[in-house]
Design a protein around this ligand. Sequence first.
Ligand code: ADP
Ligand code: GLC
Length: 481
Amino acid sequence: MKLLAVGSEIFPLVKTGGLADVLGALPRAVAQEGVSTVTLIPGYPSVIAESGSGEILVRFPELQGAAAQIIGTRVAGLDLLVLDAPHLYARPGGPYLDPTGSDWADNAQRFGALARVGADLASGAIPALGFDVVQAHDWQAGLLPAYLRYGGRRGPPSIMTVHNLAYQGQFPADLLGTLGLPPESFTIDGVEYFGSIGFLKAGLRCANAITTVSPSYATEILSPEMGMGLHGLFRERSGALVGILNGLDTKIWDPATDGHLAARFDAHTLIKREMNRMAAQRAAGLLEVDGRMLIGLVSRLTWQKGVDLVLECLDTVRAIGAQFIALGSGDAELQNQLERAASANPGMIGFLKGFDETMAHRIQGGADAILLPSRFEPCGLTQLAAQHYGAVPIVSKVGGLIDTVIDANEAALSVGVATGIQFAPTTADGLRTALRRAANIYADQNVWRKLQINGMQLDVSWSVPARHYASLYRHLANQSH
Ligand code: ADP
Ligand code: GLC
């Protein structure tokens, strides 16, 4: 079974969030199920830097204004097809934003090109590479199923995978020709979306199957509140929609072997977490005290993640006598507010601005609790890592957080299966109550330790999800024969 995956991030080459983790981990996971994956990604500078030993497989004389080529390479155990198009991707900074923090003005062309090349490859542009299924991840690859449908190409069955509905890739209708889409594609059954071109919408409409990254989120998005304008489409296509939970790459995230940690540990040596706690405290200028709960946040700083609610609840964090450490980057206003909170509470509240893989691991391996008060969360990997690293997740009761955290209610505590704290609704008051609940449980260290150990013993790996993906791929491939 051969799979072509197409997406805009892949760990360890380029990452802004969990999308990269999934694209980096799924190939190895499904390989165990007999699926071999080749992933098409844009040739950002960090990707090109690793592609030196690759081989040029196809040349495109013209792709959105200049020549481009596909480099086939293998990096970190991943088989990659790198779309080397310097006029589109050889730019400083992250994958999506220009140095002023706005979307690159030509993102439609940049990611339209990715999807179009993906459709070409899926339909045999490299004769030696045949694919049984193609999987498009998020809006950046969203046009791929539309190119297969409208381009007169014969391609394999396609899957549109939704990681984050908040980003849909909407662009002006007059780009239809530039994107090489025929006029007949601009209908409600094609790429048209409220008068614009909707990349994600196009994928959802044209793909043979739709997946998202947790069963609960797959149900939530059928509602107007969570469907972000697409609930009608999800309802219509609910027969083709399935939620498959993400896993954690337990090779990279293994507290017993993790080179990012100040001290490695397992469920029998939780005491060693102290070293990681101290490393995190030191890095954020916190007092190196113990006996106080250390609450961590590792997050993109966006509305989705409820960071504003955390800021509102810092008084409660102080009232329960806890320390707080945040690591994140994103929204400038949230960054400013976290900076202000840290300077107003020296030694007790710390903020590490930026994206820092090592600190992310140390906080997970040292904090007592990890906050995720998300307004919506398709899956979330942070709470998987937290549980695997013995940090108790305090999460809102939404999406994948529902499916992956076992709330410490009386029933779960009495049978000894609880791993974290869930709260609803996702409001400051909800979070305040959850923080107080956490403090009460923390006061009994034996109960707290049980939560930590239960979390560490959960299977958060890719084994089960990989089986689901592999059976979906097989089902689609068989149907098309
Ligand atoms: P999302 O993809 O919505 O951001 P996930 O929980 O699925 O949420 O994945 C987030 C990933 O990004 C995790 O691997 C997390 O450790 C990582 N991450 C988020 N913020 C940072 C940061 N500031 N520094 C390092 N890693 C981060
Ligand atoms: C998204 C979601 C997150 C999910 C990740 C990987 O960015 O916000 O919940 O875990 O993609 O699927």
